[in-house]
Design a protein around this ligand. Structure first.
Ligand code: PGA
Length: 255
């Protein structure tokens, strides 16, 4: 049985005061919301870890260096994150691919660096609108995922994969549940062939409480990577509850 997971990607948002309020809200309501995690900006990670200590909510970073240590000004390494018991790190988010020129190879190296330090990478893949319009969605996502599989080998089973169509991120335009499922099914087949068919497959791109249940009803959508809606505790918790409810319904059918 695959697990469900809902991850908040705060991006470059937050302040010490706002984070404290957001995390207190998440802590207070997380009891029935399934597996949750928040990925916060680097300077806040230690405070986020302290605020979530003893709660079931995990935390992670939004990026990691391909290097373990050395003269790489401004970079943060996986061993540094691991020292604070960081559980997850986003790699290959489309904002980093597009604005920071990260290639498939760099993203795969970042995933490998995370695994080497015992951190679970949440590897993001997804096509642009131009690629979708050109009918290239599946080939783009397969190429991005293939680079991860090549770099990680047997460790691919310890990764979380997030399908995030670039045209759906921060635009309010979500992929329909059927569109998301079609790509997730192709990803699942590719991952299964690499011995990683059970990794959690998250959908991301304008997920909110109002559209979450429809996405989570799809057989290959195991959870979500949530940007804007993760900055509101009640909205984030509602998405978590929707994922948990869908997972519980599947468990009932299977039992
Ligand atoms: P969004 O962002 O939910 O605000 O569309 C998702 C993401 O970029 O991870």
């Amino acid at each position: 049985m695959r697990s469900s997971l809902v991850v908040g990607n705060w991006k470059m948002n937050g302040s010490r005061t706002a984070n404290a309020a957001l995390l207190a809200g998440i802590r207070a309501g997380c009891g029935d919301a399934g597996a949750l995690a928040v990925c916060a900006p680097f300077p806040y990670l230690a405070e986020v870890a302290a605020a979530l200590d003893g709660s079931p909510v995990a935390w992670g970073a939004q990026d990691v260096s391909v290097h373990a240590a050395g003269a790489y000004t401004g970079e943060v390494s996986a061993p540094m994150l691991a020292e604070f018991a960081c559980r997850y790190v986003l790699v290959g988010h489309s904002e980093r691919r597009q604005m920071h020129g990260e290639t498939d190879a760099v993203v795969a190296q970042k995933a490998r660096a995370a695994r080497a330090a015992g951190i679970t990478p949440i590897a993001c893949v997804g096509e642009t609108l131009a690629e979708r319009d050109a009918g290239a969605t599946c080939s783009v996502v397969a190429r991005q995922t293939g680079a991860l599989i090549d770099a990680l080998g047997g460790q691919m089973a310890q990764v979380v994969v997030a399908y995030e169509p670039v045209w759906a991120i921060g635009t309010g335009r979500t992929a329909s549940p059927a569109e998301a499922q079609a790509v997730h099914a192709a990803l699942r087949a590719q991952l299964a062939a690499a011995g990683a068919g059970d990794v959690p497959l998250l959908y991301g791109g304008s997920v909110k409480a109002a559209n979450a249940a429809g996405l989570f009803a799809q057989p290959d959508v195991d959870g979500a990577l949530v940007g804007g809606a993760s900055l509101d505790a009640q909205e984030f918790l509602a998405i978590g509850r929707a994922a948990w409810a869908a997972r519980s319904a599947t468990m009932k059918v299977l039992s």
